[in-house]
Design a protein around this ligand. Structure first.
Ligand code: NAP
Length: 309
């Protein structure tokens, strides 16, 4: 296969079970689920709004009538919800791929019921706990993968998010914190993959980023919705200048299915990695800081009250 990946390279997925977070219609999770279902995977759609998950189920079934789809209720901004979702997910059996896709971007300062800042809670701590709780099922698949969707915005982090996650020191910068949450996705991937290899467990961790894709992320972050008034205008504006959500899902799809080593990071090959067919990409210097990755791991285990093997 050439260095760049194309949707035609997505192999048959029959027999594989994939759990995808954040599958709302029109987003990257929806398109990731659609293509995997088209290739025969059993897909578990884990979302926080049951009606939205059902909407995506109906849309995928309209294109792939034989799709094997299941719904799971999951609010990543609540550690209790993540624990209940993981308990409910036990009936799924072995999981071949967990796609940590769901996320929020650029939200105003707010704290979850667990006392965590919303972006770090949703984009990092929730997925950290979910992955840890699902690890036995990923191991049971005998060739598991964890794909975490990061962003080029990891470059905006400035410094690693290593302070007390329940304290806010200084002014809150929503873009910097978003960047830190996406940097956390890369630290999570590298440290998880290192630990899995260390323990000789049959699971790989990889990261992907979509470049700039026409989803509801910007409108959701700024207005808490993607339709109605100014939110519709921003949503349409983003779609006009970005690659499609379908193309934005390609890096995730490659990371979920390709012959790629653990800790590979995949993103678009075009100008500034904004669009184009996926290829292997690098991380910022900060993104390669293994000491920071280990420190965040310790903080995360303590914060979510879970010890990985
Ligand atoms: N689009 C881009 O250009 C871009 C660029 C770089 C990285 N990314 C990353 O791509 C991923 C997917 O985003 P997207 O662009 O597809 O945006 P999106 O259309 O807004 O989809 C985000 C998904 O995350 C879900 N979500 C948000 N908060 C959640 C929570 N507390 N619990 C469970 N699910 C939650 C949303 O559910 P609701 O619909 O219920 O809100 C939605 O399904 C994110 O991790 C984002 O950081 C996107």
């Amino acid at each position: 296969m050439s260095e760049k990946w194309n949707i035609a390279d997505l192999p048959d997925q029959t027999g594989r079970t994939v759990l995808i977070t954040g599958p709302t219609l029109g987003g990257l999770g929806h398109h990731t689920a659609l293509e995997l279902a088209r290739r025969g995977a059993r897909v578990v759609l884990a979302g926080r709004t049951p009606a939205k998950v059902e909407e995506t189920v109906a849309a995928i079934r309209a294109e792939v009538p034989e799709a094997a789809l299941e719904a799971l209720h999951l609010d990543l901004a609540s550690l209790a919800s993540v624990r209940s979702a993981a308990t409910a997910a036990r009936q799924i059996g072995p999981i071949d791929v967990l796609v940590n896709n769901a996320g929020v971007m650029g939200t105003s300062y707010s704290r979850t019921a667990d006392g965590l800042e919303l972006q770090m809670a949703t984009n990092h701590f929730g997925p950290f706990l979910l992955t840890g709780l699902l690890l036995p099922q990923l191991v049971a698949s005998e060739d598991g993968r964890v794909v975490t969707v990061s962003s080029m915005f990891h470059n905006l982090a400035g410094k690693p998010p290593l302070g007390d996650p329940r304290e806010q020191h200084g002014r809150y910068s929503k873009w910097r914190v978003y960047g830190q949450s996406k940097l956390a996705n890369l630290y999570f991937t590298s440290e998880l993959d290192r630990r899995l290899r260390d323990k000789d467990l049959p699971v790989r961790a990889l990261a992907a980023h979509p470049g700039f894709a026409g989803t509801h992320l910007a409108a959701n972050g700024q207005y808490g919705r993607s339709s109605g008034g100014i939110a519709s205008i921003l949503d349409a504006g983003v779609r006009a200048v970005s690659q499609s959500a379908a193309e934005g899902a390609w890096p995730t799809l490659w990371a979920a299915s390709g012959d790629l080593a653990g800790n590979t990071f995949v993103g678009p090959s075009g100008f500034q990695q904004m669009s184009g067919a996926p290829r292997r990409v690098g991380r910022s210097k900060l993104g390669q800081d293994e000491t920071a990755a280990r420190a965040l791991w310790e903080i995360s285990e303590e914060t979510v009250d879970l010890r990985y093997p």
